[in-house]
Design a protein around this ligand. Structure first.
Ligand SMILES: CC(C)(COP(=O)(O)OP(=O)(O)OC[C@H]1O[C@@H](n2cnc3c(N)ncnc32)[C@H](O)[C@@H]1OP(=O)(O)O)[C@@H](O)C(=O)NCCC(=O)NCCS
Length: 282
């Protein structure tokens, strides 16, 4: 008999086949979860859970610490045959209790799915930002953008803090691996990973997303005027150098430089995919 109860336990290596089946149809087969199972199973810092119903894995979720006191809730998947039965809601509520027990004070998450967003809002999450996508087709042979250097951290942190874009982004990057405030600490880490591009005079900057897909996406953009224009052109040239079709900009519709995006050849994507970022205190 189906008790309806959802029991959480750690994901085990033996769950692989079942998880692959659950994720098979997610995002037309482009789900990243199956590709990350090995590293997630080996990561003691995160809480990677399977939800069992009637002794079968009905869903998965993961809590990943991303900053002091802040945990990212992600990789929520429910098997198609268990959907619309309250499984995700039960899993989420248990995850929030676990995050509280572990001493976190805030949970953040990123979703592109409006149905999932309804669930999160109904469980007390507040929207930090709603980003849409602009795409700039690759430009052959243009000059590449300049990489920020470790010595640039303070100048760039001041640029970010004084730019109205920060408020439009809800104070965080639109990054699915952890929406965080682009302060000196985060900028330093991203510079070390080679993910920060700057425009002339360091009067503009773009933060790139860590990516497992053959894509190039900007998760935070600040700056104005000719420096920003030049940076945006050069990002399109970098898309060509990286052999991808376009550079995508994730930015709120009311980004203060939205007119500049269009002026240098970035168009709003047709698919209307949103990057929705939520936060909830514990
Ligand atoms: C999104 C997902 C996790 C929901 O799982 P679920 O177990 O079916 O969700 P629940 O039954 O607990 O529903 C909780 C709430 O979510 C919303 N919701 C879930 N599926 C929905 C749908 N197909 N249409 C509209 N709202 C939906 C509803 O608000 C629902 O509350 P209600 O039933 O009281 O109206 C599941 O559909 C899934 O795995 N989708 C593919 C992967 C994905 O999108 N993951 C989320 C990425 S962050």
């Amino acid at each position: 008999m189906d008790s309806g109860e959802v029991m959480l336990r750690p994901v085990r290596p033996a769950d692989r086949e079942r998880i692959e089946a659950i994720c098979e149809k997610v995002w037309e087969g482009r789900d990243h979860v199956p590709h990350q199972l090995d590293s997630w199973l080996a990561d003691p810092a995160a809480t990677f859970q399977a939800a069992e119903r009637n002794g079968e894995v009905a869903g998965i979720q993961r809590l990943l610490p991303v900053a002091p006191g802040i945990v990212l809730y992600h990789a929520l998947r429910v098997a198609p045959e268990y959907r619309r039965q309250g499984v995700a809601r039960s899993m989420l509520r248990q995850a929030l209790m676990e995050a509280r027990r572990l001493g976190f004070s805030e949970v953040r998450l990123y979703t592109g799915e409006p149905e999932a967003a309804t669930l999160f809002r109904s469980e007390g999450f507040q929207e930090l930002t709603d980003c849409v996508t602009w795409t700039g087709a690759r430009l052959e042979g243009g000059e590449l953008p300049e990489l920020a250097r470790p010595g640039d951290v303070q100048v760039l942190a001041r640029l970010v803090e004084s730019d109205p874009a920060l408020a439009a982004y809800g104070g965080v990057t639109a990054d699915w691996s952890g929406p965080l405030r682009p302060d000196a600490d985060l900028l330093g880490k991203l510079i070390d990973e080679g993910l920060v591009r700057v425009g002339p005079g360091r009067r503009s900057l773009a933060l790139l997303r860590r990516n497992w897909l053959p894509e190039m996406a900007v998760t935070f953009l600040a700056g104005t005027g000719s420096s920003l224009e030049e940076l945006l052109y050069r990002l399109r040239a970098e898309a060509d150098a990286q052999a991808v079709a376009a550079c995508s900009l994730l930015a709120p519709q009311d980004h203060p430089a939205a007119d500049t995006f269009q002026a240098v050849g970035y168009d709003r994507a047709h698919d209307e995919k949103h990057a929705l970022i939520y936060s909830r205190g514990l």
